[in-house]
Design a protein around this ligand. Structure first.
Ligand code: SF4
Ligand code: SF4
Length: 510
């Protein structure tokens, strides 16, 4: 039996997962319009390669990756490009971003495609290229491009490949049902990843509140050497750093990467996307999304095309708008409220939560901090949330960085335990955004200062060159004058006067 470890802090909020696992995964179908944001991942947005009016096929690339940390986007079904414009997207600030809009034709007509099912004969670097061109970005959280995560330094030996099947956030069951229903594909994805990384061991970590998923994975993993490990349920065990600590007792250094300690971690949904891309040549164009909460009459998990408007999915789940107090994209701990129902489902949308007021009451007004220290006890990153709160209020960026604000995984455990109902995590999100903006502003002003200094240097250099030429001419003139005075050459000044006189006389006589 593998030894299991624990991480600091953590909480046990009500799970509320049973509501959405009663039914099998349901295909959501094809909405009339799909809205594909050019950025559904961390890194540079993709750039459109289609034009308005163009017909596209299912799986066709419609936007190309721009730079190393980027992924392309593909058409989730066939149809006609009806617009390339800014649309409101799923984001805490509810802002708009460039999107490709497809009016679907209902034919669901695929582009020609094929995979590399004999992947063991393919070079790992080629498989990484294939994963990149399939548009795969982490489906468990932030949406980091998978190919970038798999490109580890040549000198780095990966000891442990972890597939994250933890899904610790309340209400969300998208990964649970995926493990129950598509365990073979997950194991297939794990073996492809194992071929790419050659790790010492391959482990799938699952919390013990998912016995059906664990049983399905164990059956599918039989004889493959992939180890299915379960451990006690605690939020946020699904955080990458926390899961690594649970399974290996190793801690990712502050500001470092899992590969620094010989670990690579991928979500199980990402493993399925990799299996589809490698075996069948299918890009990432759909995902499993949970729709749940007491304001929907048919809570369940949907297999949904990327770009599907949230309203379409809510309709499938028999949404009762009158009962709902707010719509949350994601779960109650790490999700964010979205004021509009036309925002599209993207690669990272694991849940739409439609609670009633009695189910998830609006938080009461925040009161003053009573310095109880409960937030520090709960923090899985061993931070000091109370101090971070003060520094965030005072916009003390240096202090925030000293206190490792960027190690905060925004799990919300501190806010959840706070008896003063202070929305701590919201302060940290906003402080991080401020710091990142200040860094980018600094970088820009550094660049313009460097440009100004280079120009000044050039001007000084030009002036010095001009002065050197003038000094050389003066010296030459003095040499000639000296020679003339010595009688071994003409007097240059007298010669110039004679030349001027001759020129004037010529002008007068003409
Ligand atoms: S839990 Fe809330 S009240 Fe207690 S120390 Fe932290 S911020 Fe202050
Ligand atoms: S939100 Fe950040 S500070 Fe709060 S408990 Fe989670 S990791 Fe710690």
């Amino acid at each position: 039996m593998r030894k299991i470890y624990d991480f600091h802090g953590g909480i046990h909020p009500p799970e509320n997962k049973h509501q959405s696992v009663g039914e099998p995964i349901e295909a959501a179908g094809i909405p009339q319009q799909l809205i594909i944001p050019l950025s559904q991942h961390i890194g540079a947005p993709a750039a459109s390669v289609v034009t308005v009016g163009e017909r596209v096929l299912k799986g066709q690339q419609i936007a190309e990756a721009k730079g190393f940390v980027s992924v392309p986007q593909h058409a989730p079904t066939s149809g006609v490009i009806s617009a390339i414009e800014n649309r409101v997207i799923a984001h805490p600030s509810g802002f708009s971003a460039p999107c490709i809009v497809i009016d679907t034709d209902g034919l669901d007509q695929w582009i020609d495609h094929s995979g590399q099912p004999d992947f063991e004969s393919v070079e790992p670097s080629e498989l990484i290229k294939l994963i990149r061109s399939a548009g795969i970005a982490g489906m468990g959280g932030a949406g980091f491009p998978t190919a970038v995560k798999l490109t580890v330094k040549a000198a780095t030996k990966i000891e442990t490949l972890i597939l994250n099947g933890t899904e610790c956030e309340p209400y969300i069951t998208a990964d649970d049902v995926l493990m129950r229903e598509r365990a073979e594909q997950i194991i297939r994805g794990a073996t492809i990843l194992r071929h790419i990384l050659s790790p010492g061991e391959t482990v799938i970590g699952v919390e013990d509140n998912k016995p059906e998923a664990i049983a399905a994975l164990r059956a599918a993993a039989e004889g493959t050497g992939v180890d299915i490990v379960s451990f006690p349920t605690k939020y946020p065990s699904g955080g990458e750093k926390q899961l690594i600590e649970i399974l290996t007792d190793k801690q990712v250094p502050s500001g470092g990467l899992p590969s620094d300690i010989g670990v690579v971690c991928q979500n199980i949904g990402t493993a399925v996307a990799i299996a589809n891309a490698v075996d069948k040549g299918e890009p990432l164009i759909s995902r499993i999304t949970t729709v749940t909460g007491d304001a929907v009459d048919k809570p369940r998990n949907f297999d949904v095309l990327l770009g599907t408007p949230m309203a379409f999915l809510l309709d499938k789940a028999a949404y009762q708008a009158g009962k709902n107090n707010r719509l949350i994209m994601g779960g109650p701990m790490m999700g964010f409220s979205t004021p509009r129902v036309d925002v599209p489902i993207v690669k990272t949308t694991n849940c739409i939560l439609a609670p009633t007021e009695s189910e998830l009451p609006t938080p009461p007004p925040a009161q003053a901090c009573i310095r109880c220290g409960m937030c520090a006890d709960a923090c899985p990153a061993s931070l000091l949330p109370q101090q971070l709160f003060w520094f965030s209020q005072g916009k003390e960026h240096e202090k925030l960085e000293e206190h490792k604000l960027f190690d905060c995984i925004e799990c919300g455990a501190c806010s959840w335990v706070c008896p003063s109902h202070i929305p701590l995590v919201q302060y940290y999100r906003s402080a991080k955004a401020d710091i990142l903006k200040a860094r980018s502003d600094n970088e820009k002003s550094e660049q313009s200062r460097a440009r100004f200094e280079a120009r000044e240097e050039r001007l000084v250099q030009l002036a010095a060159e001009r002065e050197a030429k003038r000094a050389a001419r003066k010296k030459a003139a003095e040499e000639r004058a000296k020679k003339a005075a010595a009688g071994d050459g003409e007097d240059p000044i007298q010669a110039a006067i004679e030349r001027a006189k001759a020129k004037k006389a010529a002008q007068e006589s003409s």
